[in-house]
Design a protein around this ligand. Structure first.
Ligand code: SDX
Length: 433
């Protein structure tokens, strides 16, 4: 990278000024390269939550938070949603270009023939309680996959990375569906090689061995659009977790399990489940004002779930697209007067007219409407974040691969501002009060 300018840091305490190179990307904010700061000044930067920190270079996903823009490899999310299927966008995110017909056929085929899991993996589930949270099960099962694939754990071998990539993308729908089947006490459904990626997933979720199951194609396409919208999103918390885990050389299954664990949090991917619980709690439009007042109260921990975003200070483009998919699903199912959807839209209207939310630029995010669609599709609330993980596995792998291929990459090891004791006097146990 060529420096486009220099930043000078001067000190009021007599320390000599120092200069740092500034780099510009193809779009978006410049970066000030502070890697030499500690060596030159003996000081660290301080940025808890990484509000002003670029942790890496990337060419995968670009977000303009002020404009509400989301692009993957230069294509707008709106273009991709309208023209591509799940594996086509996955190919783009993973390989950096849209596949031609032959490439897509081969990619789809390779994913399809890897959808089955080792029969022993099915036994992992029986160790969990039936009512275990699906994300707890997924953390265990996906991490445990490393125990089955010793033939592809060398992260420095591109062939191993490719094999692991196919195994994870192909098997996530299978293990997610198995998590659901285990929870409801129904038999696991094996994947079928004559079905598409999302159709296969829906059959493994809702089909039973006793009869044929063919999902409604309108619902399949709506779910596919929603999963595409969750595929990658720059350096969010779970992606940063995957990169940090991967920076130590951990195997891909362990890194993806770490990403699943981070995504589970209600401030992140767990928000879609929290939105449904919040809408259930509000119950009726007559309770909206009271709930909004609580969400604005700094003394209350309750936030308006599905609202706000670290990057988007405008409408999350994914929220708008999911709202559209929500409308399609409800219309297809004859649920246009779905109370939850109407309540969500009324809640959004009130919040977007409220000074508190306007001043803080808090808009609906990807999680605000997704749960309503999932619920209408028959997916239980506890499975919502698991579906987010299914889709985000593509982005996690692409970002993990990009990190391994980055010559600048080193093991992630942040420092700290230490505020603790420095000369504590040791008192033997017998003399301690
Ligand atoms: C995802 O990073 C990504 O890209 C994530 C994601 C992805 O695809 O990977 O987009 C997926 O995680 C979406 C976000 C899902 N989370 C939620 O919907 C939970 C509710 N949202 C908040 O927890 C919050 O908005 C965050 C966590 C999403 C963002 O938090 P920030 O950027 O740290 O912002 P903040 O907490 O500093 O908030 C700034 C102000 C604060 O008030 P003041 O201290 O200025 O008075 O806005 C307030 C916050 O209290 N605020 C909210 C709020 N979100 C922020 N107040 C009420 N309700 C909210 N939802």
């Amino acid at each position: 990278m060529d420096s486009k300018a220099k930043a000078t840091l001067s000190f009021s305490d007599g320390r000599p000024s120092v200069e740092f190179p500034i780099y510009g990307g193809s779009v978006g904010p410049d970066v000030i390269d502070v890697r030499s700061l500690y060596a030159k000044t003996g000081a660290f930067t301080y940025d808890p939550g990484f509000m002003s920190t670029a942790s890496c270079k990337s060419s995968i996903t670009y977000i303009d938070g002020d404009q509400g823009v989301l692009q993957h490899r230069g294509y707008s999310i709106e273009t991709l949603i309208e023209n591509c299927d799940f594996l086509e966008v996955a190919y783009l995110i993973l390989r950096g270009k849209l596949p031609n017909a032959a490439e897509k056929k081969e990619f789809d085929h390779t994913v399809t023939i890897h959808t089955m899991v080792h029969e022993q993996l099915a036994r992992f589930y029986s160790g969990f309680r039936r009512d275990a949270h699906p994300m707890a099960v997924l953390c265990g099962v996906v991490g445990g996959m490393a125990a089955f694939y010793h033939d592809s754990l060398d992260i420095n071998d591109p062939t191993h990375r490719m094999i692991s990539e196919f195994r994870l993308i192909a098997k996530m729908p299978t293990v997610v569906a198995m998590t659901y089947k285990y929870n409801i006490g129904q038999p696991f459904m094996y994947p079928r090689n004559d079905l598409g990626y999302v159709e296969n997933f829906m059959r493994m979720m809702f089909g039973v061995p006793c009869e044929e199951y063919r999902p409604n194609p309108v619902l399949v396409r709506a779910l596919e659009k929603i999963l595409i919208l969750h595929m990658d999103h720059e350096q969010n918390a779970s992606t940063s977790t995957v990169r940090l885990a991967g920076s130590s050389g951990a195997n891909p299954f362990a890194c993806i399990a770490a990403g699943i664990a981070s995504l589970w949090g209600p401030a992140h991917g767990g928000a879609n489940e929290a939105v449904l619980k919040m809408l259930d709690e509000i119950g009726d439009v007559s309770n909206i004002d009271r709930f909004i007042a609580k969400a604005k109260d700094p003394h209350e921990v309750q936030k308006l779930m599905g609202f706000g975003h670290r990057v988007y200070k405008n409408y999350d483009p994914r929220a708008r697209l999911i709202q559209g998919a929500c409308h399609d699903v409800l219309a297809e199912l004859g649920l246009e007067d779905n109370k939850m959807f109407k309540l969500a839209m009324a809640l959004e209207k009130v919040a977007l007219e409220d000074e508190y939310f306007v001043k803080r630029k808090l808009f609906p995010n990807v999680d605000f409407y997704s749960g309503i669609v999932y619920k209408a599709l028959g997916i239980p609330v506890s499975m919502f974040t698991a579906l987010f993980a299914l889709a985000r596995t593509v982005g996690w792998i692409a970002q993990w691969n990009e990190m391994i291929g980055d010559a600048d990459q080193k093991i992630g090891r942040p420092r700290q501002l230490f505020l603790g004791e420095t000369a504590a006097k040791f008192v033997p146990l017998a003399q301690r009060r």
